[in-house]
Write a protein that binds this ligand. Sequence first.
Ligand code: EPZ
Length: 419
Amino acid sequence: MDKILVHGGRRLRGTVKISGSKNSALPILAATLLTKEPCTISRVPDLSDIHYMLTILSELGCEVERASGMVQIRAEKVKTHAPYDIVRKMRASVCILGPLLGREHRATVSLPGGCVIGDRPIDLHLRGFEALGASVKVSNGNVMILAPKLTGATISLRSTFGSTVLGTGNVMMAAVLADGQTIIDGAAEEPEVVDLANFLIAMGAKIDGAGTRRITIEGVKELHGAKHEVIPDRIEAGTFLVAGAISGDEVTVSRVNPEHLLAVTSPLREAGFHITVNGNKVSVSPGPKRRALKLDTIPYPGFPTDMQAQMCALLATTDGISVVSEHVFPNRFMHVAELKRMGANIDLQGPTAVITGVPKLSGAPVMASDLRASAALVLAGLQADGVTEVNRVYHIDRGYESIDEKLNELGAEIERVKA
Ligand code: EPZ
């Protein structure tokens, strides 16, 4: 397994081009199952999770062609049973259920396992499918869904932890070809849900309200092929802005949508950094004094759970006491033990991390766990004395396109050691 060596203490400066969004591309690639005609998706990032999704689509019978960031998919004939050995590698595979149900009225996918950020149920997805007239059976670790007929319905996707992003996408993809009107109440408002809705509309779907808690869908008879460019990855952009905050003179992320970044740039301003916006560029630079923060992760447009680990790395060396609470994935603190190995002073109290800033972290061998925690360890290494060795780097490659090369272009000194 590859590992990454981060030599601490280098100052970052410059501009980094942000890739297309992983969390937008994955459901959009799955949505191409809804038509027999070819679809062309551009700005698809080169990530292992994308590779898994394209492999699953090929296994289902799709013709898949990829040329750099452009993917062409044609789902003329599709099977409805996704192979366990690939699906188990990526929870997001669950988003093929909706389009298979919408198009073939049946789907069999292995249940996504838990993962290091906690139990990852799909009960809300299944509730939505059943409301549309599907029967759901779970056996031998597979979920089998059958719907002789799909009829529009009013569905609530509200849950203890807010809404469900992939669940909203899945129900949308099952409802676009159902008979009649579907109302999704308590829908996720993430930009990735809006991007998926825009692609479905380009295919001929009738969808209103994407980006709000209430989405209305009028079922149509069929969908046609379409072309679509994926939105910028707001979490990759946020990660680089935090890298700049941790060890930058001035770092700029380009080809972004600044509005999608407000939930990250606002806390960075509150933490004492200068943020400037210029068209599709956002820059971060040091302010006169850094301040500790109280942060709560909540669904969009709130502070994103996918940025929580990265902010912990920044707050670890911010003078004062910061309090970070996870309301989406209460167990998403695998990075805390590793940051403490680097000298961070963090006290975990259930879903809350109380962080007492220390002047400096020290490099150490650390273990990556989920993709955002891994990125946080690389960021922590940027500011640490000595070398930080981040193991199990495959986690990072799932969600970041060449993060080491992009950071080195900003002035970091990071080596990737092939195992
Ligand atoms: C998406 O996952 C993202 N992944 C995650 O990003 C992100 O952390 C998450 O949304 C929240 O923003 C992709 O888009 C591929 P959820 P998703 O369903 O849709 C509970 C990353 O780092 N829940 O919105 O799977 C669930 O347990 C990844 O890029 C149910 O209870 O997450 C969680 O507590 C990690 N029942 C909360 O809702 C369900 O049926 C939010 O989960 C579904 C979810």
